[in-house]
Design a protein around this ligand. Structure first.
Ligand code: CIR
Length: 258
């Protein structure tokens, strides 16, 4: 049954200690981040999404990036085992939240490691980035969980950025978009549209033609608007300093029952 709920998680007061892997560390303004997070959540609600706050994890600096802790397919939640050890404690609160919503719950087990940011779903195709955070054992485990439900799991290499979805996401019609210098192999995707800015590669589908995007990608917003989409821009600059993007601040639950 279609549902429009989105998990979000309030930033930790320790946000500024979050991990940085592929970019230079910059000072994060935690108060500003909180304002940006509130505006992000408000935007989801303004576009018809009921936001559900996962219990905050104040000791986990990266916990606001809730997308990395769970992957949804239909009403089945796969609780991840994050590739960075410092993020492993984030999953407990998320597991509780999805169980309370009536999802079936599965887990990635050791030696598997998986970050939700490495998972891009386009209908029943689930692309998984095999990069710094996600390993082959997790790809096999994900196959075992989701393929019996009708999915096809397609692993793709990720070497230039933190996560697959740091490099590419998909438009409502399934076209994959990405900033070419950061995409390992654009030809792996059946339809690929290059975008001119790195943050332009990240869209969250709000419904209809509406695309939630970073305000840091104005040229891409113009390009996509010119193609008939409706960009909705949010400033998430403090999270971008920690390699976050619009996708990682929420998990949309689109097929819950009851
Ligand atoms: N899915 C995402 O894009 N997550 C961003 C995670 C950023 C965080 N600082 C990390 O390195 O894990």
């Amino acid at each position: 049954m279609p549902s429009k709920k989105a998990l979000i998680r309030r930033p930790s007061p320790r946000l500024a200690e979050g991990l940085v892997t592929h970019i230079e560390r910059e000072k994060v303004d935690v108060d500003r981040a909180l304002e940006q997070w509130e505006a992000y959540a408000r935007t989801l609600r303004e576009h018809g999404w009921e936001t559900i706050e996962v219990e905050p994890a104040d000791d986990c600096p990266d916990s606001v990036f809730v997308e990395d802790t769970v992957v949804m397919y239909k009403n089945v939640a796969l609780i991840t085992r994050p590739g960075a050890e410092s993020r492993r404690e984030e999953t407990a609160g998320v597991e509780e939240a999805v169980a309370r919503l009536g999802c079936s719950v599965n887990w990635i087990w050791e030696p598997g490691t998986l970050d939700g940011g490495d998972v891009l779903k386009i209908d029943d195709t689930i692309y998984v980035g095999r990069g710094g955070r996600t390993n082959a054992a997790a790809v096999r485990q994900m196959r075992a969980v989701f393929e019996p439900l009708g999915a096809r799991v397609v692993p793709v290499p990720v070497t230039k950025v933190l996560h697959l979805k740091s490099a590419v996401t998909a438009l409502p019609d399934g076209t994959v978009i990405g900033h070419v210098p950061l995409v390992d192999k654009p030809s792996l995707f059946p339809r690929f549209l290059p975008v001119p800015e790195e943050p332009g590669a990240h869209v969250v589908l709000l419904g209809g033609d509406r695309l939630l995007m970073s305000a840091a990608a104005p040229k891409t917003a113009d390009l996509l608007a010119d193609l008939g989409h409706e960009p909705v821009l949010v400033d998430i600059g403090e999270f971008e300093k920690l390699e976050g993007c619009v996708t990682c601040l929420s998990v949309r639950l689109r097929e819950l029952y009851g």
